[in-house]
Design a protein around this ligand. Structure first.
Ligand SMILES: Cc1cc2nc3c(=O)[nH]c(=O)nc-3n(C[C@H](O)[C@H](O)[C@H](O)COP(=O)(O)O)c2cc1C
Length: 216
């Protein structure tokens, strides 16, 4: 069930922010399903999952998105164009939906979750974090982004995390404006082009000793 340390490290070394996808190579259905399942399994604060993952398959929309992405070609050349969107303002309806889902999944009474609801509401709906709830939701989406990139790498699939986008334009193109949902970040996934010169570039990272500190 678990992969060995060497393979894990090798997958992380192999992964890079893909600049050029091979537009002729598509992720097969079964592999995509695994990526999708692992994406949906991403953990979030309280488990509230304030997100949706849009997979843009429409070629015209992808062209439009590319224009709103500093013309980055990955948007049109990738196999699956994933856009992570968040619920801009977490509301009671969303919290209730989650609690009901928990009851159904675990066979518990809704009343037994009243305490949990109070804690969540006191923190996210009515507490100080309510004022920055969009930021909170965005952070959850970035966990999904990290998860997706790593899962791709473990399966030998390429990805490019993408903040070089115009989120407002994305919202317009994807019909999100005014819906309460908004674009946070994108992640085209697929297969690298054989001549993407970025694939073999050395990783630029600060040293472990600089960024990892043991507090003893
Ligand atoms: C949140 C985020 C946003 C990024 N946005 C872009 C982007 O819009 N276009 C791009 O080509 N690379 C983008 N990158 C890639 C980074 O530049 C890249 O991950 C970093 O330089 C490290 O290189 P590596 O991922 O190839 O190891 C982004 C990375 C992250 C994590």
């Amino acid at each position: 069930m678990f992969i060995d340390k060497e393979k894990l490290l090798a997958a992380h070394q192999w992964r890079y922010a893909t600049k050029k996808f091979d537009a002729s190579k598509k992720i097969d259905e079964a592999t995509w399903k695994t990526l999708e399942d692992t994406l949906v399994l991403t953990p979030s604060s309280y488990g509230l999952q304030p997100w949706k993952f849009l997979v843009v398959q429409n070629a015209e929309k992808r062209q439009e998105l590319m224009q709103a992405s500093w013309k980055q070609a990955q948007v049109v050349d990738c196999s699956h164009m994933v856009v992570m969107v968040i619920k801009e303002k977490l509301d009671e309806e969303h919290v209730e939906k989650y609690l009901h889902s928990m009851c159904e999944t675990r066979g518990i009474e809704r009343a037994s979750l009243d305490g949990l609801k109070k804690v969540m509401a006191g923190d996210l709906l009515n507490g100080p974090r309510a004022a920055v709830i969009g930021e909170w939701a965005s952070r959850q989406a970035y966990i999904a982004l990290g998860n997706l990139m790593t899962n791709c790498a473990l399966l030998g699939i390429d990805a490019c995390p993408m903040e070089g986008i115009n989120p407002q334009k994305y919202d317009e193109i994807l019909g999100l404006s005014g819906t309460g949902w908004k674009t946070v970040v994108a992640c085209p996934v697929g297969y690298r082009a054989h001549d993407d010169k970025y694939a073999n570039m050395k990783k630029v990272r600060f040293s472990n000793s600089e960024v990892v500190k043991f507090i003893k």
